[in-house]
Write a protein that binds this ligand. Structure first.
Ligand code: THU
Length: 160
């Protein structure tokens, strides 16, 4: 029996198509990207998170001379948010990434597989979808309406 799955997403050619709160998140993610500690890859990623109370928190990727000990921007940010506000729901996450010396051709940077798995944990826990936006510095933006949309057949606590 053949089955299919499909996702819907939004594509914004330019950030001027975003609304005010989306633009605020984009700006915070870009600012956070500037502080990324990525001396080994020179690939800078910033992440901004909007909570249900309207507050925005941000983070970035943190690398390490022992390469696997570093962490992506998404997990750095979400782990901090969850550590400090464990019972406040996350509404939106905005990720901006690209090489230090970016050019207009750099495409939107989606979260890596490990980050998708980590983000789904919080989406499942709060029982409410999280809007995820990802972009490059060239202002093209992709929006998905749930983290789950990026990881079909995800593993979660229901299997344990
Ligand atoms: N990186 C992120 O921060 N987020 C992702 O989803 C993709 C990759 C970081 C990890 C590493 O510091 C650098 O980008 C190059 O892989």
């Amino acid at each position: 029996m053949k089955k299919e799955t499909q996702i819907s997403y939004e594509y914004f050619k330019n950030s001027c198509e975003l609304n005010d709160i989306e633009n605020a998140l984009f700006e915070r993610a870009k600012q956070a990207r500037e502080n990324a500690y990525a001396p080994y890859s020179n690939f800078l990623v910033g992440c901004a998170v909007l909570l249900e109370n309207g507050e925005i928190y941000s983070g970035n990727n943190q690398e390490n001379a022992a390469f696997p000990s570093g962490l992506c921007a998404e997990r750095t940010t979400l782990f901090w948010v969850s550590a400090n506000f464990p019972n406040v729901k996350v509404k939106k996450i905005f990720v901006v990434g690209g090489p230090k010396e970016f050019n207009e051709k750099n495409p939107p940077i989606p979260p890596c597989g490990a980050c998708r798995q980590s983000l789904i944990e919080y989406e499942t826990k709060q029982n409410e979808n999280i809007d995820l936006y990802f972009s490059s510095m060239n202002e093209e933006v992709v929006k998905v309406h749930a983290i789950k949309d990026l990881l079909p057949f995800y593993f979660d606590s229901t299997f344990l």
